[in-house]
Design a protein around this ligand. Structure first.
Ligand SMILES: [Zn+2]
Length: 411
């Protein structure tokens, strides 16, 4: 475990009951003391005492009167959103992004810098630069920051805060969280980026109140986070959900993992751009050429998106190929996990409208009938902020005790 615990900074939260009450208020938005007592099973007098402490600490406020039908109207309680802020950082293979979020995971500051180079010191300097700026803004606004969550690509040992392996920048066993913690004297939590995304979606996005969710991140690489029974499932070696290396095209292109035809070799953004350039060079995507100034090598993600939004047939065909491969890999995974929701996000978020119909069609054919009755396939709810908000959620989950949902049939 990390050395520091956010609860040490907030003595009132050392006990479970105040965290449970906060969790109910957060989920409800606005709720009466009587309803908290009903939902938690805690005695009314206990709730009254806990709420009095939370009011005194400035974490919750009385927010008008609710509707009780007959009789006295109950006083409603809601979170003081600005009472607590945490930082969420995403270390991606080409940029570092950071956000400052409040108690409700609403972003109040945001920034992003491209990585200058991939050396360890340069990456960490960019990470510190983003955190420094966010903390400076927090100080200007007289906001108290309680911790820092970090989402990192590659394999992350979330208990020790280690980047075990980050192939894109060739890191092995880097004690990222410990370094950040000692520099800022704040508690730090760290997770793989797809896992953080899954956690954020589960708490604040399209996965709320859903027990079993697969959250897929499609960018220059492809990964996923798995929520089972309402909790993040990391796997034995922190590597659950590596769907990017499912074989979808036997004998296909060589993957960086050594195998042939992995999903990542045909459906990542790098793969689709490579395929697009090949088609352009062979003269098989003439309409797309107008967006690259006549030079196939000028095709990048931004230009491909422009062509897609203009409904260029060659661009749409490229996404359709991606969607068919992605749909196949998702079908294998859905058949194993039986999730109620599959959420897709990552860099492809802006063009998901052009991918999802074909993904749904493929899944509809490949997935076993009984697994389809509750299945929903949707974009992530937090959009392009889903990783940074997910990183911040690593800290927020230490504050709130999540009200456990009460069944397995949440859809
Ligand atoms: Zn592979």
């Amino acid at each position: 475990m990390m050395a520091m615990d956010i609860r040490e900074k907030l003595p009132i939260l050392k006990e479970i009951s105040p965290r449970l009450v906060l969790g109910h208020i957060m989920r409800a938005g606005s709720i009466s003391r009587a309803d908290i007592a009903r939902q938690t099973g805690l005695h009314r007098s206990t709730i009254t005492r806990i709420v009095a402490s939370l009011l005194e600490e400035g974490f919750v406020e009385e927010s008008g009167e609710g509707d009780s039908g007959l009789g006295r109207r109950p006083v409603m309680l809601s979170l003081v959103a600005g009472a607590v802020h945490v930082v969420g950082i995403a270390i991606e293979s080409t940029f570092v992004a950071g956000v400052l979020v409040d108690f409700n995971a609403q972003i109040t500051e945001r920034m992003e810098v491209p990585l200058r180079d991939a050396s360890r010191d340069a990456v960490m300097a960019d990470v510190y630069g983003v955190i420094d700026s966010l903390l400076e803004r927090a100080q200007e606004r007289e906001i108290t920051v309680l911790g820092i969550g970090v989402a990192m690509h590659g394999i992350v040992n979330s208990h020790q805060g280690l980047s075990v392996f980050a192939p894109a920048i060739e890191w092995r066993n880097e004690p990222v969280a410990v370094n950040i913690e000692s520099r800022y004297d704040l508690p730090v939590r760290m997770e793989n980026n797809a896992n953080a995304m899954a956690l954020g979606e589960s708490w604040f996005g399209n996965g709320q109140a859903v027990e079993n969710i697969l959250v897929v991140k499609v960018g220059s690489s492809i990964g996923s986070g798995v929520i089972l029974g309402g909790r993040l499932f990391p796997g034995t070696d922190y590597s659950a959900g590596e769907i990017g290396h499912l074989t979808v095209l036997p004998g296909g292109p060589r993957c960086k993992c050594g195998n042939l035809g992995c999903l990542e070799t045909v459906a990542s953004i790098d793969a689709i751009l490579k395929r697009g350039r090949e088609l352009l060079k062979k003269g098989e995507a003439q309409s797309l050429m107008a967006f690259t100034g006549g030079d196939p090598n000028q095709l990048n993600f931004e230009k491909l998106c422009q062509a897609t939004f203009a409904r260029d047939p060659a661009a749409l065909r490229l996404w359709e190929e991606v969607a068919a491969h992605l749909g196949l890999a998702l079908s294998y995974t859905i058949n194993i996990l039986n999730p109620a929701k599959v959420l897709i996000g990552g860099d492809v978020f802006p063009v998901l409208d052009y991918i999802l119909p074909k993904v749904r069609e493929t899944v509809g054919i490949q997935v076993l009938q009984p697994l389809k009755s509750h299945l929903r396939l949707e974009p992530v709810g937090l959009g392009q902020d889903s990783v940074t908000i997910g990183a911040a959620t690593l800290l927020l989950q230490d504050i709130f005790e999540l009200p456990k949902s009460n069944g397995w049939d949440h859809v």
